[in-house]
Design a protein around this ligand. Structure first.
Ligand code: C5P
Length: 230
C-alpha cells in the first residue's frame, strides 16, 4: 500500500503561489500534493481541478465533521472533483464515516483524523472528558475507523505501530511531521525522518515546509523522495 512519492503539503495562501511552485517541477514529474483548508477556501474547487489537470494526485485535507447526510453529499461533490484521497474526523462517528464512504464511492482513499496532534492528553481529559491515555484514544478511534470501512488514519509516525497492530497491516497510516535529518523542525513537536517513517511502516508521508520553503524545492523534494524509498 505504500506510496513512493512523499505528499507535498501545498500550504500556500493563493492560486498564484501554487502555480509558481508547481512550475518549478519538470512537467513529467507527477507529484502527490495535499491541499488543505486555507488554500481550498481561498482558491475554491478550481485549485483541485487545476492540479489534477497537470496530472498530479490530490489529497484534499478538509477534515469533514457534520451529520452523516451532509457529509455524504459533500463527499459526492469531492468525488466529482477527482480527488485521490480525502478525510473526515473520526469523532463524527461510525455512521458519519460510513456515510462519507457512500458519498465518496470506492475509488478515492478515505482516511480519518483521530486526535489532532495539537491536542494534549490533559486537554483531552478536561475538554473532551475522555478519561484514557491519548494513545489509547487514538487507537480506539483507529479501530472505529477500520470498522466503518475507511482506508486508514492520519497519525503521528510514532503511533503507526500501535495502530497497525490494533487494526491490520494494510490499514493506511498517513504521517505528517516528517523532517529530513538536519532540517528545521518549525512548530512540529515530535518529528521523524523519512527513513525512520519508512522503517516503522508509514504508508504515506506528508512534507510541507522542508520542500516548499527550500531554496531549491525540486532538489529538496528529490532528496526526501530518495530517502523515503531507500
Ligand atoms: O510544513 P510541514 O511539513 O510541517 O507541514 C505538515 C502539513 O501536515 C501541514 O499541512 C499540517 O497542517 C499537516 N498536519 C500536521 N500534523 C497533523 C495533521 C496535519 O502537520 N497532525
Amino acid at each position: 500500500m505504500r506510496e513512493n512519492r512523499p505528499i507535498v503539503a501545498l500550504d500556500f495562501p493563493s492560486f498564484e503561489d501554487v502555480k509558481s511552485f508547481l512550475a518549478l517541477f519538470p512537467a513529467e514529474e507527477k507529484l502527490y500534493v495535499k491541499i488543505g483548508m486555507e488554500l481550498y477556501y481561498a482558491a475554491g474547487p478550481d485549485i483541485v481541478r487545476y492540479v489534477k489537470s497537470l496530472g498530479h494526485s490530490v489529497f484534499l485535507d478538509l477534515k469533514l465533521h457534520d451529520i452523516p447526510n451532509t457529509v455524504k453529499s459533500a463527499m459526492a461533490v469531492l468525488a466529482q472533483l477527482g480527488v485521490d484521497m480525502t478525510n473526515v474526523h473520526a469523532a463524527g462517528g461510525v455512521d458519519m464515516m460510513k456515510a462519507a464512504r457512500e458519498g465518496l464511492g470506492i475509488g478515492p482513499k478515505l482516511i480519518a483524523v483521530t486526535q489532532l496532534t495539537s491536542t494534549s492528553e490533559e486537554q483531552m481529559r478536561d475538554f473532551q472528558n475522555i478519561q484514557t491515555s491519548l494513545a489509547e484514544s487514538v487507537v480506539h478511534y483507529a479501530k472505529k475507523t477500520a470498522e466503518a470501512g475507511l482506508d486508514g488514519v492520519v497519525c503521528s509516525a510514532h503511533e503507526v505501530q500501535a495502530i497497525k497492530s490494533a487494526t491490520s497491516k494494510d490499514f493506511v497510516c498517513l504521517t505528517p511531521g516528517i523532517r529530513p535529518a538536519g532540517s528545521a523542525v518549525g512548530d512540529q513537536k515530535r518529528v521523524m525522518t523519512p527513513r525512520d517513517a519508512y522503517a516503522i511502516g508509514s504508508d504515506y508521508i506528508v512534507v510541507g515546509r522542508p520542500i516548499t520553503r527550500a531554496q531549491d524545492p525540486v532538489a529538496a523534494y528529490q532528496a526526501i523522495k530518495t530517502e523515503w524509498n531507500d
